[in-house]
Design a protein around this ligand. Structure first.
Ligand SMILES: Cc1cc2nc3c(=O)[nH]c(=O)nc-3n(C[C@H](O)[C@H](O)[C@H](O)COP(=O)(O)OP(=O)(O)OC[C@H]3O[C@@H](n4cnc5c(N)ncnc54)[C@H](O)[C@@H]3O)c2cc1C
Length: 536
């Protein structure tokens, strides 16, 4: 997308100090030190959904009042991603390389499970003979072999976009693969319904393979010896932020190194990332953050849509301070609706893009490992499993934390934790039908189930799926948090690039999950980088 370079000494307003707003401000202030940047943040803290909370312990078995770290949002970054490369490089530049942890591919925290129809965990993909035999004899693998073997012979479709479910059904000739496997992954990434989400937005690479080669397997076969394409984002970042020529490609080397690790994390929680970015950018006198300021609307003054070069001004909430450009990281239809110069179709399409809410339930039990039978990253629940609880999945935080190794520097033998502990996070889909089915006494005015009800539901799941006994559940520390309207549900036909092109991009740009290639932290950081580069 062609963006217009900002004139010298421009004033830029950034809405939101989540990782999008902070990384955008970091990139832009480094690329263009002449600009003045003011970030507006509704809350009194930065980080948005990234929230590593230090919580006082409150358990029946521990009255010492110690503190624990509970993640209330994201906790790991995927290893293979341009955005992760950028994040790791930033952390290194900020002197935080000792904070960075990795999960190795042979580590037990890299074992992922799905819940099967018998409410037992099944490892997917299997990693050894035992788990392989368990998987292929499990009903969840039904249709996999015939689906894959027949895939190259199924004719491609010419539809522009469809649901991910319809796409997989066409390619694999059955619904089992989507129902039993992919729907679980969609619960984990989008907290959403595979039967509603757009294939172009969620499985873009697979959809493109079909478009280019007529089949996914044929595409894999044709590309088997091809050199991996060089990422434009990484080349641009290398040039602008590492001062390197194409020959000395430090960033490609980092990318190759990181691709060995399935997931990365930070020693003191993911909040280290926004917190350190916040401290760093605030050292720059040209960057300011106004906390506790929720922006309701904005107006464009002197805007001439026929002349992108003509200087316009942005007014926020009718305030006196004017800006040359506004970058919105939390674009909602409401925020745009009062601005006369915004294309009505943009607002309508943005309004149609709903976001899923997630209920997070943290459980912590000191002094005891009660998931020793199933160590791993966690498990996801497919749509084919009866799931009145609306459980999306459970993350085994204690296994992840205990398997973490330093990314840089010497590896250590993983010590058995002393004393052992269990930390789990269950995620429930707050939009699912179970909320509708609850009695009014069990929900608050916003339709959110009461914490005690949610805790009861999750306890039953932990008992049934993980075999944790009632006493250990009672003795644990519990917290329930609602992430309201958190993850965008990219509908069929949604195309963020087309939508963005309807904006007067010389004065307004957008970022965040709705306008990135995906909803993950690395995706939104790439978007921030691309936009900052385009404006600088
Ligand atoms: C439960 C959950 C788990 C997740 N797990 C992972 C994971 O494991 N790995 C991963 O990579 N990603 C994960 N994600 C996604 C990740 O959290 C997002 O990619 C990332 O946090 C998006 O950052 P952002 O800055 O775009 O938006 P946000 O984090 O939403 O930040 C936006 C900020 O803007 C502020 N704001 C909103 N409106 C206004 C306004 N009008 N005026 C001023 N300020 C405003 C908000 O207070 C907030 O601070 C998860 C998300 C959720 C909800």
């Amino acid at each position: 997308m062609q963006l217009v370079k900002l004139p010298p000494n421009s004033k830029v307003a950034v809405i939101g100090a989540g990782i999008s707003g902070l990384s955008f401000s970091y990139f832009l202030s480094k690329l263009r030190p002449d600009l003045k940047i003011k970030i507006y943040e509704s809350k009194n803290r930065c980080g948005g959904w990234i929230n590593s909370a230090r919580t006082k312990l409150n358990t029946n078995s521990n009255k010492t009042g110690g503190e624990i770290l509970l993640e209330k949002g994201p906790r790991t970054l995927r290893g293979v991603s341009d955005g992760t490369v950028l994040i790791i490089d930033i952390l290194q530049k900020l002197g935080l390389e000792n904070e960075i942890k990795c999960i190795e591919s042979n580590s037990e925290a890299n074992k992922k499970y799905i819940l099967d129809v018998n409410k037992k965990l099944c490892q997917v993909p299997p990693t050894g003979l035992k788990s392989f035999l368990h998987f292929i004899t499990n009903p969840m693998s039904k249709g996999l072999l015939t689906g894959i073997l027949g895939e190259p012979f199924r004719s491609p479709s010419k539809v522009q976009d469809e649901t991910a479910y319809d796409f997989l059904k066409r390619r694999f000739g059955n619904t089992y693969i989507a129902d039993n496997l992919f729907s679980a992954i969609f619960h984990g990434i989008y907290a959403g319904d595979i039967k509603q989400l757009s294939v172009n937005c969620t499985l873009n690479k697979l959809a493109q393979m079909e478009k280019d080669y007529g089949s996914i397997l044929r595409a894999v076969y044709h590309k088997r010896n091809a050199k991996p394409e060089k990422s434009l984002v990484l080349s641009q970042y290398n040039e602008k932020f590492c001062g390197n020529s194409a020959e000395i490609d430090e960033i490609s080397q980092l990318n190759t190194f990181l691709s060995k690790y399935p997931a990365l994390g930070l020693k003191n929680g993911l909040s280290t990332l926004p917190n350190s970015l916040e401290s760093y950018i605030l050292k720059n006198p040209n960057v300011e953050i106004q906390y506790g300021k929720h922006i309701e609307n904005f107006k464009l003054l002197n805007h001439d849509k026929t002349n992108a070069q003509k200087k316009a001004a942005v007014e926020l909430d009718g305030g006196k301070e004017l800006f040359d450009h506004i970058h919105i990281t939390v674009p909602t239809a409401k925020l745009f609706s009062k601005c006369e110069n915004i294309d009505k179709d943009f607002i309508l399409k943005l309004e149609k893009l709903k976001s899923a809410s997630v209920i997070l339930v943290n459980y912590y039990l000191p002094n005891k490992d009660v998931i020793f039978r199933n160590h791993g990253f966690g498990y996801l629940v497919p749509q084919s499993v009866t799931n009145h609880e609306s459980l999306l999945g459970v993350i085994f935080d204690s296994c992840i934390e205990q398997s973490f190794q330093p990314l840089f520097g010497a590896r250590s033998e993983i010590p058995s934790p002393n004393p052992p502990y269990t930390k789990l996070t269950a995620m429930l889909g707050a939009n699912h039908s179970f909320v509708d089915s609850l009695s009014t006494a069990a929900v608050d005015n916003a339709g959110v189930p009461s914490p005690s009800l949610v805790k009861g539901i999750v306890k039953e799941c932990f008992k049934e799926h993980l075999g944790i006994d009632e006493k250990d559940l009672e003795n644990g520390h519990w917290e329930v948090t609602l992430a309201s309207n958190a993850i965008p549900q990219y509908y069929v036909g949604y195309n963020h690039t087309d939508l963005e092109s309807k904006l007067p991009l010389n004065v307004v740009t957008v970022g965040g999950m709705k306008f990135s290639k995906g909803p993950g932290v690395p995706d939104v950081v790439v978007k921030s980088f691309e936009t900052a580069l385009g404006l600088a």
